[in-house]
Design a protein around this ligand. Structure first.
Ligand code: GLA
Length: 405
């Protein structure tokens, strides 16, 4: 562990250690919003690519769209800046500054703009010496950076873990949590802590972070979405168990509305992010999106499963061949959401006949099952009766089961 930068933070840590634990009251349900990274990456050449470059205009455009196109009304509220927003140098007082060409009015003005729309603003930094894109990291500056973000009116911080000594990670992330708490401003804390470790201590992570990335970066492809779902299905170390109001595993951004997924694959992402109680952070171009993708992103049935107040992360409870069954308890207690997923890659679809008990529907009173995307009634199902349906390849059935009592 670096001694130079750590002495002061460690002292603070010991002094306020008795009030440890993230206590910002945020993310009682998975946060919803928009984030630039997957779609807009680190494009900094605004002269040649003014619509796609990381600039205040991009975030203002997205804030406008969130409100004007109905996303805010269904819950999407964070506009999250990702990497490459900074100037390569800190100012003469050591404070971070935005790139002056791309953010001519600075982050505070952007935050004011976003707040006036009734939205919240998130920012990106890194726990190490540099961000993953090579911009100045927070190492040796954590307290100052937390204070700077608070002074700008920032509502959410994604703290990445590139250019770190991994041994510092379990110590350093809670220190940033303390510095965020000390600002007095509730700032949602998104940690990349487990993504950089082989065997993360999820209990410790959930004490310090609201959400946390624990798998590689999502890419605009079906392969990528499948590998994330399979990782969450395995649930090594039972990381689903620490999720709940205030704390959620983050399988990364929604890529619905981009280029890599068919319509059915987009339905899979929406359904599974709902079941996994995942943050719903879209990374797409809201100025240029097909209606079918927009409707999916705004589907109230899927969103209500994701935002269920119990905050329970759904689990894979059964799999056979390329078919997976997932189940998530929802309110009122006794009800469930479930997903039947087909990872097959050929044919007209699998005819599936599955017992209620295999879907996790074990109460003898039985359940009314609806299609969560459409609200359409499908069947009354008992633990020993069969639910019959066809699920197309790279497709999903997202159900809601209402207990009959
Ligand atoms: C890492 C993160 C991504 C993104 C990039 C930015 O790869 O996991 O989500 O923030 O850094 O450089």
């Amino acid at each position: 562990m670096e001694v130079r930068g750590m002495i002061f933070p460690l002292v603070i840590f010991v002094i306020i250690g008795s009030v440890r634990g993230l206590n910002n009251g945020l993310a009682r349900t998975p946060p919803m919003g928009w984030m630039s990274w997957e779609r807009f990456r680190c494009i900094t050449d605004c002269e040649h690519d003014k619509d796609n470059c990381i600039s205040e205009k991009l975030y203002m455009d997205m804030a406008d769209r969130l409100v004007s196109d109905g996303y805010a009304a269904v819950g999407y509220e964070y506009v999250n800046i990702d990497d490459c927003w900074m100037d390569m140098k800190r100012d003469e007082n050591g404070r971070l500054q935005a790139d002056p060409k791309r953010f001519p009015n600075g982050i505070k003005a952007l935050a004011d703009y976003i707040h006036k729309k009734g939205l919240k603003i998130g920012i990106y930094e890194d726990f190490g010496t540099h961000t993953c894109g090579g911009y100045p990291g927070s190492k040796f500056y954590m307290e100052l950076d937390a204070a700077t973000f608070a002074s700008w009116g920032i509502d959410s911080l994604k703290l990445d873990g590139c250019y770190t000594d991994t041994a510092d990670i379990p110590i350093g992330y809670p220190i940033m949590e303390q510095f965020l708490n000390l600002t007095g401003r509730p700032i949602l804390y998104s940690c990349s802590w487990p993504a950089y470790l082989k065997t993360p201590n999820y209990e410790a992570i959930a004490k310090s972070c609201n959400i946390w990335r624990n798998y590689g970066d999502i890419q605009d492809s079906w392969d990528s979405v499948q590998s994330i779902i399979n990782f969450y299905g395995k649930d090594s170390g039972n990381f689903s168990g620490v999720a709940g109001p205030g704390n959620f595993n983050d399988p990364d951004m929604l890529i619905i509305g981009n280029f890599g997924l068919s319509y059915d694959q987009q339905r899979v992402q929406m359904a599974m992010w709902a079941i996994m109680a995942a943050p719903l952070l879209m990374s797409n171009d809201l100025r240029n999106i097909r209606k079918e993708s927009k409707d999916l992103l705004q589907n109230k049935g899927a969103i209500s499963i994701n935002q269920d107040p119990l905050g329970i992360q759904g689990k894979m409870i059964y799999s056979i061949g390329k078919i997976q069954v997932w189940n998530k308890p929802i309110t009122p207690v006794g009800n469930f959401a479930f997903a039947i997923l087909n990872f097959g890659d050929g044919g007209p679809g699998s005819q599936i006949s599955v017992k209620g008990a295999t879907l996790g529907l074990v109460d003898d009173h039985g359940y009314n099952v609806t299609d969560a995307f459409t609200g359409e009634f499908k069947a009354a199902v008992k633990p020993n009766s069969y639910f019959n349906l066809t699920v197309v390849p790279s497709g999903v059935f997202l159900g809601k089961a209402y207990l009959l009592k």
